[in-house]
Design a protein around this ligand. Structure first.
Ligand code: PGA
Length: 252
């Protein structure tokens, strides 16, 4: 499998003109063999960027930053997985820690959203991670087990093969304090143990696990080549195409 680089623009940039410019620089930055790039821009830019990517046969795939679990209806402000699929998304981030922090999203929300993404043919990138408090109290294994078991509850069979896990320690996101590769390796193995318990060793081995949290061009390669992760989630660095190009080079 190709190394996966998921670029999350979060709530950036603020104009469509900037988004188009950034997209065109991003396309060049990620055009490296052996790497699959998924871009998650704000929802409103998706159709325009899809158009731009079709026109130039860019290798970037598109993903939503979140989705709602119902397909349609009276849910003001929500965007469904079905709608994301219709505008050309193939992936969707689910359970990002910023959704938990600012919108009180729970493990149960993540579970419903993952099920809806899978039903609608999207690959969910299911984000899990510990807080500084969890770390201080030695609770990382329990927290990750709870998040993964609740998030994947009731998901079985062929659908499991579409799931991607994202390990994103909350304290590392946007802080400039990335997790060390050796710790990421320990946690990668731990996540695989949880997945093996839920499914089987063979199924667990095939579920990609990504690292996210202050990834930059200095540390990106270590998560792939030292920690054994299947890819990375890049937030801040994905807004700077020159830095993103170095990140992508570092993992290829
Ligand atoms: P960051 O964000 O790279 O800016 O830390 C990562 C993420 O939120 O996925």
């Amino acid at each position: 499998m190709k190394t996966l680089v998921v670029a999350n623009w979060k709530c950036n940039p603020v104009t469509l003109a900037e988004a188009k410019k950034l997209f065109s620089a991003t396309k060049k930055a990620v055009a490296i063999k052996g790497v699959e790039c998924v871009l998650c821009p704000p929802f409103i830019y998706l159709p325009v960027l899809k158009n731009a990517s079709v026109k130039t046969s860019a290798r970037i795939k598109l993903g939503g930053q979140d989705c709602f679990w119902e397909d349609k209806g009276a849910f003001t402000g929500e965007i469904s997985a079905k709608q994301l699929k219709d505008v050309g998304c193939e992936y969707v981030l689910i359970g990002h820690s910023e959704r938990k922090k600012y919108f009180d999203e729970t493990d149960e929300f993540a579970n419903r959203k993952i099920k809806s993404a899978l039903k609608n043919g999207l690959r969910p990138v299911f984000c899990v991670g510990d807080t500084l408090e969890d770390r201080k109290t030695g609770n990382i294994p329990q927290v990750l087990s709870r998040q993964i078991e609740k998030g994947l509850k009731g998901i079985k069979g062929a659908a499991v093969g579409k799931i991607i896990l994202g390990y994103e320690p909350v304290w590392a996101i946007g802080s400039g304090k990335a997790c060390s590769a050796s710790e990421a390796q320990t946690i990668n193995l731990y996540i695989r143990k949880i997945l093996t318990k839920l499914y089987s060793a063979k199924v667990a081995r095939n579920i990609p696990v990504l690292y996210g949290g202050s990834v930059n061009s200095n540390n990106a390669g270590s998560y792939i080549f030292e920690a054994g992760m299947s890819g990375i989630l890049v937030g801040g660095a994905s807004l700077n195409p020159k830095e993103l190009a170095k990140v992508v080079k570092g993992v290829s």
